[in-house]
Design a protein around this ligand. Structure first.
Ligand SMILES: Nc1ncnc2c1ncn2[C@@H]1O[C@H](COP(=O)(O)OP(=O)(O)OP(=O)(O)O)[C@@H](O)[C@H]1O
Length: 251
């Protein structure tokens, strides 16, 4: 569903060149939730931006549902859904108008869009919000609408960037429910988050990035085997402080 082949991106500045993503490869299959994790500056956002076609890689490629982004970026983009913590809404449109507008942008016909909206509104519990102006929604309500928007064109691959940032317990539970739904309907899902405790509960497989390179990749059980650590947070600590022996608390 999503295949990343040796993606590389350097940013050339006046005084230095940063290799933000360095030969990154991974795959995410249908119904699988992949946590793309790493400390600040690891290269997660740059990777998502390349997959979304917002910036061009220096080398390597992403394939979305069999379509290489380098060959047909528009067709690849149509197969992607993207939800970010900072997504906004169009305040003067009603929720229904806004969601149907996005469906139209993606080329979904009105009957199909209405049918999808009906199903997704039930899944995300926004039926009572459809005729409200989007600008009047609370943060949690806006989040649910944004999640529906990401799915309105029924993309096979979903990218979620910090989906729980700024949300309360109920909002976080909504994200968990949404991701369960995505898994259930067979989407390939990439989640970028700094919440490692949540990632452990949410994701089936993980890629731990550091300085643009994949350091560990696998299920939690596999990562425990290769790292000798129990939790992602300890594996991260090792990446950041490689001299710390296992089970020793850093001072
Ligand atoms: N447009 C840019 N110009 C120059 N350097 C950039 C640019 N975008 C990203 N970088 C650098 O590339 C590296 C990777 O950044 P990126 O934003 O991908 O990391 P990240 O893993 O998403 O970090 P965070 O968790 O803090 O969001 C960092 O060193 C960053 O400063």
């Amino acid at each position: 569903m999503l295949q990343i082949h040796a993606l590389t991106k350097r940013f050339v500045g006046e005084s230095e060149t940063v290799c933000a993503v360095d030969g990154l490869s991974f795959e995410v299959g249908p119904g699988e939730v992949f946590g793309l994790l790493g400390p600040n500056g690891a290269g997660k956002t740059t990777t998502l931006r390349m997959v979304l076609g917002l910036i061009a890689p220096d080398s390597g490629d992403a394939e979305v549902a069999g379509i290489p982004t380098s060959v047909d970026p528009f067709a690849a983009k149509a197969k992607l859904g993207f939800v970010s913590a900072s997504d906004g809404v169009y305040p003067w449109l009603t929720v229904r108008e806004m969601l149907l507008y996005f469906a139209d942008l993606y080329g979904v016909g009105p009957d199909e869009a209405t049918a999808r909206l009906h199903v997704l509104a039930e899944v995300m519990d926004i039926e009572g919000l459809l005729d409200r102006r989007a600008g009047t929604l609370s943060t949690g309500q806006r989040q649910r609408v944004t999640l529906v928007r990401g799915l309105i064109h029924d993309p096979p691959v979903m990218l979620l960037d910090e989906p729980t940032r700024g949300l309360d317990v109920v909002g976080v539970q909504t994200i968990f429910r949404y991701i369960s739904h995505l898994r259930h309907v067979g989407k390939a899902v990439v989640v970028c988050t700094h919440r490692l405790d949540e990632a452990e509960r949410l994701c089936d497989r993980f890629g731990l990035l550091h300085r643009g390179k994949m350091q560990y990749e696998g299920t939690l059980t596999q990562l425990r085997g290769v790292s000798g650590r129990e939790h992602l947070v300890e594996m991260f600590d090792d990446l950041m402080n490689p001299s710390t022996p296992p089970n020793e608390i850093p001072t």
